[in-house]
Design a protein around this ligand. Structure first.
Ligand code: GLC
Length: 722
């Protein structure tokens, strides 16, 4: 058997190598026939409704489109380009398939709350199958930007604040989108974005400059991109923002030195929307042609929307741009077109989509992913789960009956009419359940608030579904306040003032500073935007058919003013201490976040005990294991996300107070105990040294935790010896 396996792997490696050689040969033959204008056309991505599009299409001078429409429309465009262009090169059709195509899954920040890469892989695989059936071959996903500032609207699109969780999710999305064969009819070429450190935008303001150290870049913002490259991602998207004064889309250090020389990335880089021409706004290019020259020389192969690369023909002819730079970019783009099968068959069966779209199987998967994405933040007195009978329930809030908002931002072809709102889900279990909006998301009237309060007074328990609209997160949606928007805080306080128990469900694309609720509301659920099946999944949790297992992928701040607040912070010379004035804290709020990274409750209870190490010292080329007992001491089965953190106590530079290094979902029946073990090697202990530039692990003492979150759990110590 072993011999067979070795032979199979060998055969597979040889076959894929041969296929790559064949593709390279076909690419070279094609390039040898192309004019300069045709080459620059391959480096141009347009939207069909752009004025430049039709003339370019007619001459075969456009290589890629985004948002090309349905299968019929895309087929027409492919027929046009293949028929019209001299060399019959098909279009590479891209689209933002971020968390679903027509069946919409929870937003990526919600999927990250599952801490389950399989959920990301499942969601992206189904999304790929639905999108590919319409002729789309390339998705501008996964978005892998680490985000430590909840004011930034795009925190919704990623996996939160941690590079280890972010890396695991990034690789899973690439596997899910690309599958084992990126040309298959259920695969899409993936695109890790936005390279790099877009999430470090100053003050959480989208598109703002990012100023971070090389060590923070290497340790925090780059790892998920590296994980995506290691997982075989076929493309990356260069970001809008300037990084330490050099715009990412003109940044050769990022795009050439790190991405290609260090990481050996072989795919292609597409700019973000018009980010090439925007180099002029950054003040690093005087003209559109200068911007194009800067971008292509830095390593941006494909210009999205800006149509800047057509200006490079003159630069090649007058010697400012070597033809070889253009050919290298064209080779990368053409190679991808061969790899996704476009030259074998550029067309799509227009009837294929109906068979694979919004199927019962896809809906069931969306519901399952959503169930895993919900976080129980508080449950005093065990108010949840609610009984399905015997108690009257009032549902209040502007998001309760919203079928559009539950899809979240970047919902591609998701349709509100397909969605199950929270109220739909609750009424599927209790048909007569009463509902009143109480207020809008941003506006509201006294009358509707009074009507809601009256409803709550007459009910035994109220479910308040409050938060943000889906447009309040995502791109260009930074908020200067993390409070509940509009009159919703006033509504919540009025509902609590009725004296009846309240369950707060927070529907949002970012963590909200719900300090008052955390103090006064007995049960709080963070639901994010859960997608097409969100109302059913939320109902499954609220009534206890599903035991919530989600944990925070981001820190929840007490106030907006506390931001940025994240768990893996440096210790400070005066670590926060509420007994000592002269320490690093605020005088007007308690210490620490409202809810810590990694936190989430369950309807059962998990206890951590007996942490132990296989050895208290470890050589730099060795390994030790750390383990602990996790016991389900409650009365129902559940799943716990067990986390392993380390701290380097003394090093040549100040190190974070904690760093997540591993995690694992563990299913435990009521009363069951499992011993969970993690392995520690040098890899888990190293940090980025700027002199001479590289990963190093320094001898010394380390703390290690096996924990339910970043703020608790048993700890132990060991020494790394030279
Ligand atoms: C947008 C976004 C990017 C997206 C692209 C195409 O500006 O920044 O994430 O993929 O344009 O829609």
């Amino acid at each position: 058997m072993r011999r067979f396996l070795v032979l199979f792997i060998l055969f597979f490696a040889i076959a894929s190598h041969a296929q790559q050689n064949d593709i390279d040969a076909r690419v070279d033959r094609l390039i040898a026939q192309m004019t300069l204008e045709e080459k620059l056309g391959q480096l141009t991505q347009l939207v069909p409704d752009q004025p430049e599009f039709s003339p370019a299409l007619a001459k075969g001078l456009v290589g890629s489109i985004l948002n090309g429409g349905d299968a019929t429309q895309i087929n027409e465009l492919q027929h046009a380009i293949v028929a019209n262009s001299r060399l019959h090169i098909p279009l590479l059709v891209g689209h933002d398939v971020i968390h679903g195509y027509r069946t919409i899954f929870p937003i990526p920040l919600a999927i990250a709350s599952s801490w389950d890469p399989q959920m990301a892989e499942l969601a992206s695989h189904i999304a790929a199958r639905e999108a590919r059936a319409t002729g789309i071959r390339w998705t501008f996903a996964p978005m892998v930007d680490v985000a430590r500032d909840a004011r930034w609207g795009r925190i919704a699109e990623g996996a939160g604040e941690d590079p280890v969780l972010g890396s695991a999710m990034a690789a899973a999305y690439v596997r899910g989108f690309q599958g084992s064969n990126v040309a298959a009819d259920d695969s899409l070429l993936a695109c890790a974005k936005h390279f790099a450190a877009y999430g470090a935008a100053e003050a959480g303001r989208d598109y703002a400059a990012a100023e971070i150290s090389e060590r923070t870049l290497r340790e925090v913002y780059l790892p998920p991109f590296h994980a995506a490259v290691d997982a075989g991602v076929g493309s990356l998207m260069s970001a809008f923002e300037s990084l330490n004064g050099v715009p990412a889309s003109g940044n050769r250090y990022l795009l050439e030195d790190i991405l290609r020389k260090e990481w050996k990335f072989k795919g292609f880089v597409v700019s973000d929307w018009n980010a090439v021409e925007e180099l002029m706004n950054h003040g690093v290019a005087a003209t559109k042609q200068d911007a194009a020259l800067l971008a292509i020389k830095a390593g941006v192969d494909l210009d999205m929307w800006g149509n800047s690369y057509v200006t490079l023909a003159a630069a090649v002819r007058d010697g400012r741009l070597p033809q070889s730079v253009v050919d290298t970019a064209v080779r990368r783009v053409l190679r991808a077109k061969f790899q996704v099968g476009l030259f074998d068959d550029p067309y799509t069966n227009p009837n294929a989509a109906a068979k694979v779209t919004l199927t019962a199987e896809n809906r069931a998967a969306a519901r399952r992913v959503a169930q895993h994405s919900i976080i129980l933040l508080k449950n005093d007195g065990g108010l949840l789960p609610l009984p399905k009978t015997g108690r009257s329930i009032a549902v209040i809030g502007p998001l309760a009956d919203s079928k559009a908002d539950i899809l979240g931002p970047w919902n591609s072809q998701g349709k509100a009419e397909d969605a199950v709102s929270a109220l739909d889900g609750l009424r599927a279990v209790i048909p007569g359940i009463s509902f009143a909006r109480g207020s809008g998301i941003l506006d509201g009237t006294d009358d509707e608030m009074n009507a809601a309060i009256a409803l709550a007074r007459n009910a035994d328990v109220t479910i308040a579904i409050l938060g943000e609209s889906s447009e309040m997160s995502g791109e260009a949606s930074s908020r200067s306040s993390l409070d509940l928007p509009g009159h919703q805080q006033k509504l919540l306080e009025a509902l609590v003032a009725t004296g009846k128990p309240v369950v707060l469900v927070v529907m949002s694309g970012r963590p909200l500073a719900i300090s008052w609720a955390a103090e006064h509301v007995p049960s709080i659920v963070q639901s994010w935007f859960l997608g097409t099946e969100g109302g059913n999944a939320l109902t499954d949790v609220l009534f206890g058919d599903v035991n919530p297992s989600g944990k925070l992928p981001v820190t929840v701040p007490r106030t907006t003013g506390q931001v940025p607040v994240y768990y893996a912070h440096l210790p400070s010379g005066r670590p926060a201490d509420d007994k000592d004035k002269y320490t690093s804290k605020y005088i007007d709020i308690p210490l620490g976040p409202l809810f810590p990274f990694g936190f989430g409750l369950s309807y059962t209870k998990f206890d951590y005990a007996d942490i132990a190490l296989s050895s208290t010292s470890m050589k730099s080329d060795g390994r030790i294991t750390v383990s602990a007992d996790i016991r389900n001491s409650g009365n129902r089965d559940g799943e716990e996300i067990v986390q392993m953190y380390i701290r380097d106590l003394v090093a040549s530079v100040s190190r974070p107070v904690k760093e997540l290094k591993a995690f694992r979902r563990v299913a435990l029946r009521a009363g069951e105990t499992k011993r969970v073990e993690f392995t520690i090697t040098k890899r888990e202990l190293q940090f980025w040294s700027t002199t001479p530039g590289g990963w190093i692990a320094e001898p010394g003492e380390f703390k290690v935790w096996i924990a339910p979150d970043s703020a608790s759990g048993p700890e132990s110590k060991f020494t790394l010896v030279r």
